[in-house]
Design a protein around this ligand. Structure first.
Ligand code: MLT
Length: 410
């Protein structure tokens, strides 16, 4: 009989968002009369239509594939030059990143899990708490952890608590680690990291020859001009950090799927015997073997988000979701809840009312006001006592959620 990867058996529950979907389904089945009133602010999935620039480019690309003269089969696994060049020109031209350091993919979630393929076992891994669950679960799956405890903390990981006292940016650990996951603007807390905070992390990583995996999937939501948009704005990051970026949330590509990894040539890992190996070359090798590239029409759609028309349409989307975030923040503040995030990120992170825990808040919101939120504890033990409201919604729904929060929690 085929042996399974028993690390999967250590995983505590279902992946957070399918688990929420399961509970929502159970609610709908038990309360068919209330199903129509349900508003989903759980998973951070975009709601507004795909920008016209991207749609037109994708349609044109499909037509190209329909003609013998312009047909294309397999593309370059690392991404077409037209997209890699546009990514550099629009994000990194001033930061010294080159097109052959960009690896186009089908999204950041896959990239942030797949990266473990090229990293060895035995690394000491630091993870913020609360955290995007993919970082933890993929480390569990690959065998980088021991067993989990009741709070969902896994043996062997170094947890970096993020709370209101440290503005949801973790303190530098007092022990050396090899791998650090950072996500800013942060999912789930909506916090942004300052230049000084990121510089401290880069200095720490350089001192201990650690690798930072910097997830900047929410970069487009940054409103404060002082907040860094890329880890490469920090001196020294070119020697110690990979960056993950995505078209999902800015271009509405959660269903279309496209993102990228930045792997500078100057970032190295080591073999057991101490030989230094370029991470970029390993990632490129892995990509060639395990991936056939994001689809051509999708890459054309992504490229179009950088056209003048596309940029304007992306800006409108960001403005729309950030106005939702502002409204949701205000509604929670008005009923006296402590509110964080939502200023440089599309997530509002809210302290549960006294005496209610995170899943209790989930139950209360769905049962009493038919609003789906994400329980903070689903993102890690330090998320207990909080809940996350996603600002990805129509304006009508966001306003309705505000009304229900004020009526129910006020
Ligand atoms: C979230 O709700 O945290 C996100 O949708 C997760 C993701 O982007 O995979």
């Amino acid at each position: 009989m085929a042996r399974i990867n028993e690390n999967f058996l250590k995983l505590k529950a279902g992946y957070l968002f399918p688990e929420i979907a399961r509970r929502v389904k159970a609610f709908v089945e038990a309360n068919p009369d209330k199903a129509g009133q349900l508003i989903r602010c759980g998973i951070g999935d975009v709601t507004e239509p795909l920008p016209e620039a991207a749609r037109n480019a994708m349609k044109a690309a499909v037509d190209e594939l329909g003609s013998r003269d312009s047909f294309r089969g397999y593309g370059p696994e690392q991404g077409y030059d037209f997209l890699r060049d546009s990514i550099v020109a629009n994000n990194y031209a001033h930061l010294g990143i080159e097109a052959d350091e960009i690896f186009v993919s089908d999204g950041s979630k896959c990239d942030s899990g797949n990266i473990l393929d090229i990293l060895g076992s035995g690394n000491k891994i630091a993870i913020t708490d609360p955290v995007y669950p993919v970082y933890v679960d993929t480390n569990v799956m690959i065998g980088n952890t021991g067993e989990g405890d009741e709070d969902g903390r896994y043996e062997g990981l170094v947890y970096l608590p993020c709370n209101a006292d440290n503005d949801f940016v973790p303190a530098i650990p007092d022990e050396p680690v090899d791998l650090i996951y950072l996500c800013y603007p942060n999912n789930p807390t909506g916090a942004a990291a300052t230049r000084e905070q990121l510089a401290a992390w880069v200095a720490y990583a350089k001192k201990h020859e650690a690798l930072i995996l910097f997830d900047a999937a929410y970069e487009a939501f940054i409103q404060d001009p002082e907040v860094p948009r890329s880890i490469y704005e920090i001196e020294g990051a070119h020697e110690c950090a990979l960056e993950f970026r995505s078209f999902s949330k800015n271009g509405g590509f959660t269903g279309v799927r496209c993102g990228w990894v930045v792997a500078p040539k100057t970032v190295f890992g080591t073999t057991e015997s101490g030989e230094k190996i370029a991470i970029r070359d390993l990632w490129s090798r892995r990509t060639s073997t395990k991936f056939n590239g994001a689809s051509y029409p999708v890459q054309r759609g992504a490229e179009a988000l950088y056209s003048e028309e596309g940029k304007g349409q992306v800006k409108e989307l960001i403005t729309h979701y950030m106005e939702n975030a502002r409204l949701l923040r205000e509604a929670c503040e008005k009923v006296g809840l402590a509110v964080y995030g939502g200023e440089n990120a599309p997530y509002v992170w809210v302290a549960c009312p006294e005496g209610t825990d995170s899943w209790g808040m989930f139950d209360r919101m769905i049962n009493e006001v038919q609003v789906v939120i994400t329980p903070g504890s689903g993102f890690g033990a330090a998320g207990e006592g909080y809940f996350r409201i996603s600002a990805f919604n129509s304006r009508e729904n966001a306003l309705e959620v505000c009304k229900r929060i004020q009526a129910n929690l006020g």
